[in-house]
Design a protein around this ligand. Structure first.
Ligand code: NDP
Length: 252
């Protein structure tokens, strides 16, 4: 995507990123801060979040608040408690990037281990829903709220061996569409499909692939910025590719 955002694109915006401790989420948090946003980091690993917050302080001179939440074990109640803690810190949320996710096992359906299936659904779908429900009141306080989910090409077209992960991403696309209709004119709700990106999740899905041939998280940030800023204000209920035209599952 060729998009050249204004340097102050996200000034005065408060944006929460899940899975902000690593990979694409970490890069998104750093990028949003660079474009002026006040960033709230969510993750399960306190030390990694602390380091991301420190990098934001060093590079952007901004304070980033972080909160821990293990999405594999969280409940609607713990997500509500977290939302209350966030509300005590932030008057509203202008953006939420649901980025945290797990891959599960890349094996045929007949070999999908039910406990792993459950974990993938819990993190990628259930916890994402609990968090969305808990954070909606804060998002609706924004004049130009943007709720962004993270999908995948296997969330639009099923593919052998992608099991729980693919099914969870279909669910993510569905959740986005339902919410987009429910909150028309009040909140933008969209999906990003990052496309193959150089992260540890990608390396575990494609262990023989040369990571140097993949786009980095930084390369795909234009779409992440565009969807959080006012340039995408009229867009809702859509699923965008961060790497349009890229063939799924094949490194280029
Ligand atoms: P990474 O594995 O690099 O990062 C995943 C993030 O999610 C980490 O911050 C991780 O935390 C967090 N996370 C995982 N489990 C939990 C949990 N139980 N509770 C809280 N946080 C958790 O993945 P990517 O950056 O590659 O992926 C980001 C998103 O993009 C995912 O939704 C993925 O499905 C999607 N995607 C990625 C593609 C790619 O090629 N990379 C392609 C298509 C979609 P921790 O640091 O503690 O592990």
């Amino acid at each position: 995507m060729h998009y050249q955002p204004q340097r102050d694109l996200l000034n005065d915006r408060i944006i929460l990123v899940t899975g902000a401790s690593d990979g694409i989420g970490k890069e998104a948090a750093l990028t949003y801060a660079r474009y002026g946003a006040s960033v709230i980091l969510l993750g399960r690993n306190e030390e990694k979040l602390r380091q991301v917050a420190q990098t934001i302080r060093e590079q952007e001179g901004q304070h980033a608040q972080w909160f821990t939440l293990d999405m594999a074990t969280c409940t609607p109640h713990t997500c509500q408690q977290l939302a209350e803690a966030i509300a005590a810190y932030a008057p509203r949320l202008d953006g939420v990037l649901h980025n945290a996710g797990v891959l599960g096992d890349v094996v045929p359906m007949s070999e999908q281990v039910p406990a792993v299936w459950d974990e993938v659904m819990q993190v990628n779908v259930n916890a994402t829903f609990y968090l969305t429900q808990a954070l909606l009141p804060l998002l609706l306080r924004s004049e130009s709220g943007s709720l962004v989910f993270t999908s995948s090409s296997v969330g639009r077209q099923g593919r052998a061996n992608w099991g729980a992960y693919a099914v969870s991403k279909f669910a993510t696309e569905g959740m986005m569409q339902v919410l987009a209709e429910e909150y028309q004119n009040r909140l933008r709700v969209n999906c990003i499909n990052p496309g193959g990106t150089r992260t540890s999740m990608r390396a575990s899905a494609f262990p023989t692939e040369d990571p140097q041939k993949l786009k980095t998280p930084a390369d795909i940030m234009p779409l992440y910025l565009w969807l959080m800023g006012d340039d995408s204000r009229r867009k809702t209920g859509m699923s965008f590719d961060a790497q349009p035209g890229r063939k799924p599952g094949i490194s280029q």
